[in-house]
Structures are given as C-alpha cells and as structure tokens.
Design a protein around this ligand. Structure first.
Ligand code: NI
Length: 136
C-alpha cells in the first residue's frame, strides 16, 4: 500500500533534484525518491556484509597473454558465488564478460577486485544490488 508524506526542501536543493530527475527521465518526484531510498538500503546491506546479489562486468583484451585463463581460474576459486557467466566476443580484440554473483558482500567484492585488477582488463565494474530483504 502506498502512503503519502510531504518533504520540505530548500528551493535550491529542490531545483537540483528536479534537474536530476529530468535528466534520468523520471515521470515524477515520488518515483525518484523511492529509487533513492531503495538504493540507500541496498548500499546498507552491502555495508553490513549481508547476502547480496551483484553483476561483474569486464571488458578485456583477448590478446593479453594468459588473461582468459586467469579470469577463469579466479572464477573457479569462487565458484560457489557465481550464478552464471556470459561471454561476448565484442570484436576482433575485445571480450565482454558478465558474471552474475550471489553471496556474502565482502567475498563478492574480493572476487570482483581480483578480476578487475588483472592486466589487460580495460574496464571492470561491480554493480551491487540486493536480494531485497528490506525492499518491497
Ligand atoms: Ni571473446
């Protein structure tokens, strides 16, 4: 059930908020506020080292010596956290790997950081989300 409450904001802050929601294409302020609150709760779950889900995205140079093997090896070390891995050959030189992970936040960070730090990984990102204990 939706409940209403009102928020008082300084004019300048409200203008900034309206610009923020325009840029992101929100249809109204309520939806934007809901998303900000949810995002903060997800952040909290990660901070408290709870059980979370996440997505690791890697773009890497496929010609880098041993890189593919190292990425696979790390994933085997953390296999209990990995739900699925998708590999896309982006072009002649670049691969994209998307790894969906689930488990303790600190272990997921560890796994992501190890892969992202490898030489030849051009862009690596961990997107944190949550199984949603606090979220409805
Ligand atoms: Ni590839």
């Amino acid at each position: 059930m939706l409940k209403r409450f009102s928020i008082s904001l300084e004019e300048e802050l409200l203008e900034q908020f309206d610009a923020y929601i325009r840029e992101r294409g929100y249809v109204n302020r309520s939806e934007a506020v809901r998303d900000l609150i949810r995002k903060e709760f997800i952040h909290e779950e990660w901070e408290q080292d709870g059980d979370v889900v996440g997505v690791v995205t890697l773009v890497y140079n496929h010609h880098q010596s041993q890189l593919q093997e190292k990425i696979t090896e790390i994933q085997h070390d953390y296999y209990t956290l990995i739900t699925s891995t998708t590999h896309v050959h982006m072009d002649h030189h670049n691969c994209l790997e998307v790894i969906i992970v689930k488990g303790r936040a600190s272990r997921i960070r560890e796994l992501a950081e190890k892969m992202i730090a490898l030489r030849g990984v051009k862009n690596g990102k961990l997107t944190m989300t949550s199984t949603g204990h606090h979220l409805h």
